[in-house]
Design a protein around this ligand. Structure first.
Ligand code: 4NP
Length: 165
């Protein structure tokens, strides 16, 4: 789903393949928002096209499941030009992703783009890619993205669409 309803707070998480980090961030953020009563549209995408149409990596699904969140229905997609106008915020999982997003960014009218960990005061820190790691790297990734997701939800609850990261 790439179209966010107009005038509704909406958040897009972007990594490289859209099968590990960004679907976990999407799931963690959706869960945190639902628990906090924040009405928000959430999606994720990859800068690369390697895994279009694929579900999240089984290790990402397992890490989310272990925390009570089902991300098995997600389908990878590539970042689209329309995302820059459809979303209120775009969050990159690492600096290469940030560069990839900016490379596609239209000259005018883009959503604000920030590193995900700017939500927890670490704008220069990446969310490490667990793809070449093991199960514990996926658990660590879940812990990192869910902490950031909770911080984002808190800021959006207090500042709405005026929150800046
Ligand atoms: P992600 O992880 O960007 O967190 O989804 C990766 C997934 C796939 C690949 C690299 C990173 N890959 O090279 O296929």
């Amino acid at each position: 789903m790439s179209n966010a309803p107009e005038n509704k707070l909406s958040v897009l998480f972007v990594c490289l393949g859209n099968i590990c980090r960004s679907p976990m961030a999407e799931g963690a953020f959706r869960d945190a928002a639902a628990k906090a009563g924040l009405d928000v549209h959430v999606d994720s995408a990859g800068t690369a096209n390697y895994h279009i149409g694929s579900p999240p990596d089984p290790r990402a699904i397992a890490a989310a499941n272990a925390n009570g969140v089902d991300i098995s229905g997600a389908q990878a997609r590539q970042l689209a030009d329309s995302d820059f106008r459809d979303f209120t915020y775009i969050f990159a999982l690492d600096k290469a992703n940030l560069a990839g997003i900016r490379a596609r960014m239209p000259r005018q009218g883009s959503a604000p783009i920030a590193m995900l960990l700017s939500a927890v005061g670490q704008p220069d820190e990446p969310v490490p890619d667990p793809y070449y790691g093991d199960d514990s790297d996926f658990d660590d990734c879940w812990a990192t993205v869910s902490e950031a997701a909770e911080a984002l939800v808190a800021r959006m609850l207090s500042d709405g669409v005026n929150a800046r990261f």
